[in-house]
Each structure stands twice: as C-alpha cells, then as structure tokens.
Design a protein around this ligand. Structure first.
Ligand SMILES: C[S@@+](CC[C@H](N)C(=O)[O-])C[C@H]1O[C@@H](n2cnc3c(N)ncnc32)[C@H](O)[C@@H]1O
Length: 212
C-alpha cells in the first residue's frame, strides 16, 4: 500500500540528526524532543551493557522513530515493534526497510501479545491521556495514539509483565501528571521501579520484576 503517492498524501518527511530521514503520518504521533530525551537516556543506560540485552520490544511503535534510533546505536539488538494501527505499522516497516535496519514490525494489539521467548528490554511511549480528560481529535489515529482508548496504563503494565524476561528492564515515557497513577499500577503488579527521571512535563520510568 505504501507508494510515493500515498506518502505524499499522508505523511511529512522528518530529517534525523544523522542526516537520514523518516516519514511521519500527518494524523499520527509526531516526533518531538520527548523522543530524543527518551532515546538519549536508553543509549546512556545500555551503552556499557556487555551483550546482556539481545531481544528488544517496543509496544506502540508508531512510525518507528525509537526503534530506528536504537537499532543504529545497537546493531546487535534484535528489535521488534508492535503497532495496533495497520497504516502506522506499514509506515514503520517502510521506514525501517528504507534504512535496511532489519527491524521486525508487527501489526498486533499489545493486549493480546504473549511470545514464547520474553524480551530483555521493553520500551513504550504509550497513549497517555485518560479517557474523560482532554478533547478528542476528529482523527481516530490521533486519538488512538494519545488517549487510553485501546491501551490503558493497566493494559501496558500487564503486557510488560507477560513479556519481560526475569532479569529484563522496561522503560516507559509518560507525562508527569500520570506519575501517581503509574505508581499505583506498579504497586498492584509484581513489578518495581528502577528509577524515575523527570524533564519538563515528561517522566521516564524504569521497571523490573520484583526479585522472587
Ligand atoms: C504516543 S504514540 C507513540 C508512538 C511512537 N512510539 C513514538 O514514540 O513516537 C502511542 C502508539 O501506541 C499505539 N497503540 C495504541 N494502542 C495500542 C495497542 N493496544 N497495541 C499496540 N499499539 C497501540 C498507537 O497507535 C501509537 O502509535
């Protein structure tokens, strides 16, 4: 489905710091400085990890910005991105293929995800606005990216619990206003906080399984 005409009609081209470019959907989540803050943190944390991280998953991969940045920095990682929105999944797949990155993109609902092999690292910049707060857009794609329509915080925590390896880490990007909700959800799960970083209205939260 993705061809030059479709890209022209539905996307804009974004230049990345390394000179490459990526198409973002006009109605999807836009690339912002939040992505840079998130990826800079992940790069710093895992730069000296001596090969412990092999299998990496992004829940809600959007246009692929995070997995593309990370795969270039960590070419040995086997990265999979899951995306519920089929157009976004196709776009992410296209963006990854153009750069020959070998990232697997799957059009799947994270609420159904359970692989035989778990992941050493799970990342997500999930929909962050609770239903009932904020004004819905006229575009379904924008709403699914931003509002907890198809993925609540609880859905996300459950998907992490099911798919994270015993010694694995999950790192999430959220708006600071959701910190209290997030701590409550984590307390009710068998996960614990590794660290919380704050910048402006954003938090990055690290999670791992509680040691048994
Ligand atoms: C805030 S956007 C983040 C996109 C991208 N990861 C980024 O950082 O720019 C959240 C993404 O989650 C996707 N999403 C929402 N519900 C989902 C679900 N149940 N399963 C998989 N993806 C989902 C949305 O379509 C959207 O692409």
């Amino acid at each position: 489905m993705i061809n030059a005409f479709w890209l022209e009609e539905n996307t804009s081209l974004v230049k990345l710091p390394d000179g490459s470019s990526l198409y973002q959907h006009r109605q999807g989540q836009k690339i912002s400085s939040d992505n840079q803050f998130f990826n800079d943190h992940l790069i710093e944390r895992f730069s000296n990890q001596n090969g412990q991280v092999k299998r990496v998953l992004e829940l809600g991969v959007g246009n692929g910005i995070n997995v593309i940045i990370l795969k270039k920095k960590f070419p040995d990682w086997t990265i999979t991105g899951i995306e519920i929105d089929s157009e976004q999944a196709q776009l992410a797949s296209y963006n990854c293929k153009v750069q020959n990155l070998g990232i697997v993109i799957i059009n799947e609902d994270l609420r159904d995800l359970k692989n035989e092999d778990n992941y050493d690292l799970i990342i997500a910049n999930p929909p962050y606005i609770k239903m009932g707060s904020g004004k819905l857009s006229a575009h379904e794609r924008t709403n699914i990216a931003k509002f907890e329509l198809t993925c609540t915080m609880e859905d996300l925590i459950l998907a992490i619990k099911r798919n994270l390896s015993d010694a694995g880490e999950a790192w999430l990007l959220y708006k600071q206003e959701r910190e209290e909700d997030l701590r409550e959800n984590i307390n009710q799960s068998n996960l614990e906080v590794i660290d919380i970083m704050k910048k402006g209205k954003i938090i990055i939260v690290g999670l791992k399984h509680v040691a048994s």
